[in-house]
Structures are given as structure tokens and as C-alpha cells.
Design a protein around this ligand. Sequence first.
Ligand code: NAP
Length: 245
Amino acid sequence: MLTVLILGGTGEARRLAAALPPGLRVVTSLAGRVTQPVLPPGEVRVGGFGGAARLAAYLPAERVDIVVDATHPFAARMSGNAAEAAATTGVPLLVLRRPGWTERPGDRWHRVPDLPAAAVGVAGADRVFLTTGRQGLSAFAHLTRPWFLVRSVDPPEPPTPPRMATLLDRGPFTVAGETALLRDHAIEVLVTKDSGGGMTVAKLTAARDLGLRVVMVDRPPLPPGAVTVPTVEAALEHLLGAGAA
Ligand code: NAP
């Protein structure tokens, strides 16, 4: 039986695990960051592998035939490790990466390369909606002027900005809900990673409708050379076309 290892933590990873036909062994790997993850069908393993070399040892030990890197576009370390382990072992790697967002008429986006640059971009604002996840909050911890509304799945841990309220929630979100949230908190600037996908896009529509500024953090680059597909459907086509069915 062929074994597919899906490096997960995204909706795409879950949808791919659900769509793969019976007769395949599907193992999804989660980092273990979220206390109550939404679990995919099939086998699930949780926790880091211990670096690229340990992942390279895991692949033959678990008889993995193909690795699908379906991690979040900002999980750059895991993607780098997957590329390195695939190169070391010769196990094929497929990267499933949804496209980033593109600016539309009416948008007021300011693209920045990383979270420290995003902090510079909001230093002079008074009320900021931060949707970059709880792990990057330390980049904003030195800012004393803005009040931050921070949305995350699990509670943030220090260091965090001194003036902050936390909203524990996970998508999908609606445009009406996001518009009300931005209005109710008198938000001036939205900070988001360029995650792409439809699950969290409502905030961008709401910000456009309200004429708000958006600080958009660009994606880290993908490791070079990997075969990359943009959708679950394309990943399925690649996997099944490759004879994995
Ligand atoms: P990261 O910085 O690239 O990875 C840090 C370490 O976490 C990796 O070196 C690896 O540990 C472990 N890890 C990450 N993803 C893993 C996986 N799917 N299975 C097993 N171990 C994993 O990753 P991150 O940004 O912290 O993201 C962690 C997880 O959350 C990922 O699964 C990602 O898809 C999901 N996620 C991330 C974001 C985001 O904004 N970064 C947003 C939504 C979901 P070892 O080196 O020990 O193997």
C-alpha cells in the first residue's frame, strides 16, 4: 500500500486527506501548536520531527512514498526541512501552496517583507487589528502607542504589546461580521499575512469597504525546485496521475 505523508495544519491539508481514495495510507502530520486542532481523516501524528535529518530518517522508516507539503505559506522552516529531507532520501515532494491575495480597486495595501517591517508600518497608528497569529506578536511588543486587537485561535503568550485586547476565534469569517468588528473597535489599520485562500479573506473586503489601510506581510520564498500546485484538485491530479491510486 502506498503511503502519502501530508505536512498539514491548513484547510487544504484536511481537504486533501479527505479526498484521497481508499487504498492509500494517508498520514497527516501536525505541529501541535493548536490545543484543539480540527483533525483530518486518516492517520494523524502530532509534533515536530526534530529537524530535517530526523524527518529524512522518518520517511523510509514509515515507508513514505511521497510527501505533500501542505503547510501554511508562512511555515517556512517546515517547508525547508521537507525539501531537504526529500532531497536527501529521494522521496518525491509535492508542495501544495494556495496563491497569495492580489490587490483590487479600492484597496489601500502597504506590502512589507516581514513582521518587524509591519511593526514599523503601524507604529504611528492608534487602533490596529492584528491578525498575524499569536506567534509573531513579539515583533509588536515594543510599540507603546497603538492599541491592538489581536485575533488568534489560542491565547497569546508574552512578549505581547502593552495595550492589547485578545479575541479568541478561528475562521471562516463573514464580511458582515468583519465589518462590524472593525467598526465596533474603531480600527484604523489591519495587519495580515498574505496567507491567501478564502477562509480569512472577508477581513480584506471589509477593510476595502471601510477604506482602511492594510499592512500586508509578504510570504517567505519557497525552497527552490519543488513541484508546486495551487489547489487540492491539482494536488489530487498530480498524486493520482503519478500512480498513487
Ligand atoms: P515553522 O516555523 O515552519 O516550523 C517550525 C517547526 O515546527 C518545524 O521545524 C517543525 O519542527 C515543526 N512543524 C511545523 N509544521 C509541522 C507539521 N505540519 N508537522 C510536524 N512538525 C511541524 O511552522 P509554523 O509557522 O510554526 O507553523 C506550524 C504549523 O501551523 C504548520 O503545520 C502550519 O501549517 C500551521 N499554520 C501556520 C501558520 C503561520 O502563520 N505560520 C498559520 C496557520 C497554520 P521539527 O523541525 O522539529 O520537525
